[in-house]
Each structure stands twice: as C-alpha cells, then as structure tokens.
Design a protein around this ligand. Structure first.
Ligand code: NCD
Ligand code: ZN
Ligand code: ZN
Length: 385
C-alpha cells in the first residue's frame, strides 16, 4: 500500500539508546508490547531496553528473551542492553561475551540506575569490553554524593528543603570513566549528560582522542529546576532537572556535536509511585511519545538544528554509536526501509490518557507541542499512523 507523506518531513526511523521497558518485573507499568507501541507512535523503529529490570538483564537468556518478545510484537526492534555486572550490587562482571554472541547480539552494556561504584570493577569492565568491541554506557553518578538526593543541588532545592544532587556527582564519574576508557582503549558512552561541566569534560576528552560519546534527554533540554516549585513528583528524575545555564549548554553541545544524540530515558512508573510527596516519588518520566516534539521545540524552533540535524541526533548518530547497520543510511529503490514521516507544522496537546505507554507520568501534560508523527515504518510495514 501507499503512504501519502505529502507535505511531511521524511526522516530515517528514530533510534533510542535509552528506554526503560519494565519487562520482566514491572509489567503493570510497561511491557515490551506497550513500550514498542509508544516507541512506534513517537517515530522510533529501534529502542535499547535498559537492563534494570527484575530480574536484571545480566545474562543471555534474559537478553535473548527481550529481543525475541520484541520481534514477536513487531512494532519496533527492541535491543536489550546487558548489565555490566551480575545482580544489583554486583562486583562481578557479567558474561558480556555470551550476551554479545546471543540472538540479541547485545551491543550496549550498562549498569543503569546505579553506576559501577568501584573504579576497579569499571576498569576491568572497560578492558573486557574493548576486547569484545562493544560499548559501555555509564550512568555517571557517584553514589556517595547522591545519598538521599532528590533534586539538583542549587538555590531552588535549598529554598524548598529538598536534598541536593550536586553537579560534581556526575562530572567526577564522567572524568573518571573517560580516563579509564583511554587507558583501556575502550569505548564509553555517557548516559543522560545533564550539566554544563559534563559538556566541558566531553569536549576535553574528545580533544584527547578518547573514544567517548554522549546523549542528552529531551527533558534536560526543555525543563529546569524552576519546575520544582509545585513539588509535583512528576518532575523527579535522575539525574535531576538542572539550572537554566545547564539546559542552554546542553542545547549548544547537541547543536555542535559535542553531545552526539538525544536519548529519551523513557522511565514509566505507576501513578501511585509518582503522586506522593516529591522526595518519595520514584525518579523517572515518560519520553518516547514526546521526544521528537521536544527536540523541535528546543532545537529546531530556536534555529540550533535543521531537519537534517534532527535526523542526525535522533537516528543516524545513535545507530552509528551502537553499530546498527539498517538505520540512517540511504535506502535503495524497492528495499524495505525504516522511516518516520513528520508533520512539522502540526501542533498537539499532550493528553496523558491518550498515550500508548502503560504509564501516565509525563511532565508535559496539557502542554501544546510542535510537530506530529504522521507515520512510522519498520522494514516497509507501517507500525503507527
Ligand atoms: C530510572 C528508572 O526509572 O529506571 N529513573 C530515572 O530517573 N532515570 C532509573 C535511574 O536511573 O534512576
Ligand atoms: Zn540513569
Ligand atoms: Zn535510565
């Protein structure tokens, strides 16, 4: 059948390096099926499912199951991210090689939700990964600096009486892991960069020839800690919403390539886990269905990126970083492709109840956002329209 994309913008299928689907373990908040539907609606044809499930995705039987279920659902390629270490407090390295060799061909490893606390473990993980040619995504937060922290450590948190999460918690680990990656000859990817200082460290590390890449989330591009005044738990996220100057530095870094790509950190939570007091709310917010619109709002409208740039930061660069070969490259005539058609002039108002995600924790409820996804196509099949 024929799709009429007339007047729309044709993009390569979007690729998200950072999605939490809660299967296995919290299927009441998201499943691979509902997460795939949300991804397709948001214009994504590939997502990387983070490892902090229950049980943790730290072995090939789990990572292969995630991939297989995603293929059965058929709305989006769901690439499992493997845990670097075994279990939740692991000091022992996971069998990354077995996960990389499985049917899921795991390309990205992470200890998400908790960074590798022990620098010796991180050093060994990077050495091991360099032999496999795979990538480690590091969550870049020093747990000793974030004990009890719920909000960015700045004047607003101080005034509201919220325990502060300092920039140094992130920046010290970005610096540590850049240096460890240099020594190991490994590749490291910085998840959800959130501070001005992280941008400076990335620029420095690149200048040294270190093989480091980085992502920024839509919410760190659009929102800042002025949102905390309402104490609404929907705004609690890790890393926390920072200050205006961090937000502006992240936008500029994405525009000039110091930050490679946008990743959603889509983090579904049950309503009862988000509606309580700010400090009790679980960290994380939805992202898949609003990411493209937020990038248009924060990057395209102010003239920081054109649509070519959107294709780069939301599809081509993330695909290159993990070595996906079926995304973001020219498609020959007759070849089934991964595509997203966007209406750049449409606007829509976010209705949490209308989302395909199983959860409702969007910080953009009632906001009017630019650009809609008209259709998403996965290997020639329409997955959303
Ligand atoms: C993540 C989640 O919900 O899985 N939440 C988040 O705020 N990014 C876990 C985490 O990184 O804390
Ligand atoms: Zn995280
Ligand atoms: Zn995350």
């Amino acid at each position: 059948r024929t799709l009429d994309g007339h007047g729309g913008i044709l993009l390569p299928g979007l690729v998200d390096l950072h999605t939490h689907v809660r299967e296995p373990g919290r299927e009441d908040t998201e499943t691979i099926a509902t997460g795939s539907a949300a991804a397709a609606k948001g214009g994504y044809t590939a997502i990387f499912a983070m490892a902090n499930t229950d049980p943790v995705a730290d072995n090939a039987s789990i990572t292969d199951a995630v991939w297989r279920i995603g293929q059965e659902v058929g709305l989006c390629d769901v690439h499992p991210v493997g845990a670097v270490t075994v279990g939740l407090a692991g000091e022992q390295l996971a069998e990354m090689g077995m996960m990389a060799d499985g049917v899921a061909k795991v390309k990205l490893f992470s200890d998400d939700g908790k960074c590798v606390h022990d620098p010796v473990v991180m050093k060994r993980a990077l050495e091991y990964s360099s032999g496999l040619g795979v990538l480690i995504s590091q969550h870049s937060e020093d747990p000793r600096l974030t004990v009890g922290a719920v909000a960015h450590d700045g004047p607003i948190a101080a005034r509201l009486g919220l325990a502060g999460w300092p920039r140094a918690a992130e920046e010290s680990i970005v610096a540590r892991d850049a240096l460890l990656a240099r020594d190991a000859g490994a590749r490291v990817h910085v998840a959800h960069a959130s501070t001005e200082g992280t941008v400076e460290l990335l620029r420095w590390a690149r200048g040294q020839g270190i093989d480091i890449t980085a992502e920024v989330t839509p919410h760190h591009l659009l929102l800042d800690d002025s949102r905390l005044e309402t104490y609404d738990g929907v705004n609690r996220v890790n890393p926390p919403l920072r200050e205006d100057r961090d937000k502006m530095a992240l936008r500029a870094a994405l525009a000039d390539g110091v930050i490679d790509c946008v990743a959603t950190d889509h983090a579904p939570h049950a309503s009862q886990e988000k509606c309580c007091e700010f400090a009790q709310a679980k960290p994380g917010m939805l992202g898949l269905e609003t990411a493209l619109s937020i990038v248009v709002e924060t990057m395209v409208r102010p003239g920081l990126l054109d649509w070519r740039g959107v294709a780069r930061v939301m599809s081509e660069r993330p695909a290159e970083i993990v070595g996906l070969d079926d995304h973001g490259r020219p498609i020959a005539v007759g070849e089934p492709g991964n595509l997203t058609i966007v209406d750049p002039d449409a606007e829509w108002t976010v209705d949490p109840d209308a989302l395909a995600s199983k959860s409702r924790n969007t910080p953009y409820a009632e906001m009017t956002l630019p650009a809609t996804v008209q259709a998403t196509v996965l290997r020639g099949t329409v997955t959303a329209e």
